[in-house]
Design a protein around this ligand. Structure first.
Ligand SMILES: [Zn+2]
Length: 370
């Protein structure tokens, strides 16, 4: 097996892939993975109808995984504002969000390391995905969530058998509690989707699929809902692996747009998250902000903020095309819509818009909007 190593984005320290770490042990910086991230068409395992067909560029062997059939979601021709776009429908993954890609690969990695207990801090799609894949793989999963989380958001994780611990305080307090619990337990691991680079390596398969589905070509542009940045950095890793990097657009709600601010300033920034329907992107201080900015710059992309009104309008446009998605998704569609409306030079091919999560996750919110 070819070698993958962790590289700290801040101090460039390297650690082997077998090290049970989730951030740099020297400086606390976010980790990236360095390895053989080059894919050609001949390397695809075409008889495998899951994301494991790209095993040649994944840091974990398929044999380590308990697959739920993740990957190969449809790329659907649709429109925004009357103009043609492609929708990558990742709401159709096993637990209903793109996070299944990362969870499938990260849980396989943790099994390989011999870990038996998974600790996560999330109240949304990542909790459901990690709990689902932990259940499939026979690992115990504990979800740390803020005490204010609506019980409905944790139902899916609980159905998968996860233990839920509600913590007083803000997101930082919840993360700290999860990290401390994992540090105190030798068989447990803080498997954070916002920190762990193996999670991103799983998520990058959405871009590999788009490339394959377009006839081994890059789209002109890719619009991506961006909170913690796993879908965004994953797109960069995936499209780069096949040498077909489009301009990547990080879509964020105006109420919480640290990447928009950081891109303007040229350095990571922290913002206080305001209220938004796009709850999945409500992260004021993304751990991998440095990688998000690198992806933006290398792809020649940009960060776009979207108002709540634009978000709701885009959401209705998606529903009207039979795409039942949750509000967070519509951030990317709204950003794409705004771009197509103002540009004088239409893109050479339809942009790709990533649909990240199922509307079935947000029944109460959607009922209120109708
Ligand atoms: Zn470091």
């Amino acid at each position: 097996m070819t070698t993958w190593t962790y590289v700290c984005e801040r101090c460039t320290r390297r650690e082997p892939l077998d090290a049970p770490i989730w951030r740099c042990p020297a400086c606390g910086g976010a980790l990236a993975l360095d390895g053989p991230n080059r894919l050609t068409a001949e390397m695809i395992a075409r008889d495998d109808r899951t994301l494991w067909r790209y095993g040649a560029v994944l840091p974990v062997a398929r044999e380590r995984a308990r697959s739920l059939g993740e990957g190969m979601t449809p790329l659907i021709a649709g429109t925004l504002g009357g103009k043609p776009v492609w929708f990558k429908h990742d709401a159709l993954l096993p637990t209903g969000s793109f996070k299944d890609r990362g969870a499938a690969v990260l849980v396989a990695h943790l099994r390989r390391l011999g870990l038996t207990r998974v600790i996560v801090d999330s109240s949304g799609n990542a909790a459901a995905a990690m709990a689902g894949y932990s259940a499939a793989a026979g690992l115990e999963c504990t979800v740390y969530a803020p005490v204010a989380t609506s019980p409905g958001k944790l139902v899916q994780a609980r159905a998968f058998g996860a233990t839920v611990k509600l913590i007083e305080g803000d997101r930082e307090a919840v993360a700290r509690a999860a990290q401390e619990a994992a540090a105190a337990d030798a068989g447990a691991f803080y498997a954070s989707h916002n920190w762990h680079p193996v999670f991103v390596e799983g998520v990058k398969t959405w871009a590999l699929e788009v490339w394959e589905q377009l006839g081994e070509r890059a789209p002109s542009l890719a619009f991506i809902p961006t909170g913690g940045g796993s879908a965004f950095v994953g797109a960069w890793r995936g499209f780069s692996a096949v040498g077909a990097l489009p301009r990547l657009v990080a879509a964020q709600p105006t109420a919480c747009a640290p990447i928009v601010a950081a891109h303007e300033r040229g350095a990571p920034m922290v913002v206080a998250p305001g209220a938004t329907l796009a709850e999945g992107t409500r992260i004021g201080a993304p751990a991998r902000a440095g990688q998000i900015l690198a992806a933006l710059n290398e792809s020649g992309g940009w960060a776009e903020s979207v108002s709540e009104e634009q978000l709701v309008a885009a959401l209705r446009e998606l529903w009207a095309q039979g795409l039942y998605v949750e509000p967070t998704c519509a951030i990317a569609a709204a950003a794409c819509c705004a771009y197509l409306e103002r540009t004088d030079t239409p893109p050479t091919s339809p942009p790709v818009v990533l649909l990240t999560g199922s509307g079935l996750k947000a029944t109460d919110t959607i009922a209120r909007l109708l």
